[in-house]
Design a protein around this ligand. Structure first.
Ligand code: S3P
Length: 166
């Protein structure tokens, strides 16, 4: 099987859907943020605190370069992965890229109590999410083989749309 790479913003459901999809296909599920944490021995907020976003992006780039060379995995990526051209090329060239699209309203609901996402620890997360979406949506679309709206259907429906495309 080809790799399946899930891209999209925070709160799109990449981890939930990725886990379900991998189980359905009987292949390993990986989440690039969790892999970065395991490798670093520290969580994402710590990495942002100590090394800044730039430090995190360097770790993310190295991890993506490694993970895309696996064979037959489902990978959930971080929402900012598309900001680097090297990541876009690596994902595009090594698997089916699925953009899980969602509205900012849904993102806000799904991330409301989250303390693990440094970019949202601000008085106005809605503004941040809108700005990130404006910048990143064209980049998600640029590399996506498939775009699926996760506001309209539950995780099982999303998984079956992906399976029919494999
Ligand atoms: C980020 C999204 C997060 C994580 C980091 C930065 C982003 O991943 O990589 O906090 O820039 O959108 P999720 O999309 O899994 O929340």
């Amino acid at each position: 099987m080809h790799n399946v790479f899930l891209i999209g913003p925070m709160g799109a459901g990449k981890s939930t859907i990725g886990r379900l999809l991998a189980r359905e296909l009987g292949v390993p599920f990986k989440d690039s943020d969790r892999e970065i944490e395991a490798r670093t021995g520290a969580d994402i907020p710590w990495i942002f605190d100590v090394e800044g976003e730039e430090g995190f992006r360097l770790r993310e780039e190295a991890m993506i370069d490694e993970l895309v060379h696996e064979q037959g995995i489902v990978l959930a990526t971080g929402g900012g992965v598309v900001m680097r051209e090297s990541n876009r090329n690596a994902l595009k060239g090594n698997g089916l890229v699925v953009y899980l699209r969602t509205s900012v309203e849904q993102q806000l609901q799904r991330t409301a109590k989250d303390r693990q996402r440094p970019l949202l620890q601000t008085p106005d997360p809605e503004r941040v999410l809108r700005e990130l979406m404006a910048r990143r949506d064209p980049l998600y679309r640029e590399i996506a083989d498939l775009v699926i709206d996760t506001d309209q259907r539950g995780p099982k429906g999303v998984v079956s749309s992906i399976v029919t495309r494999l």
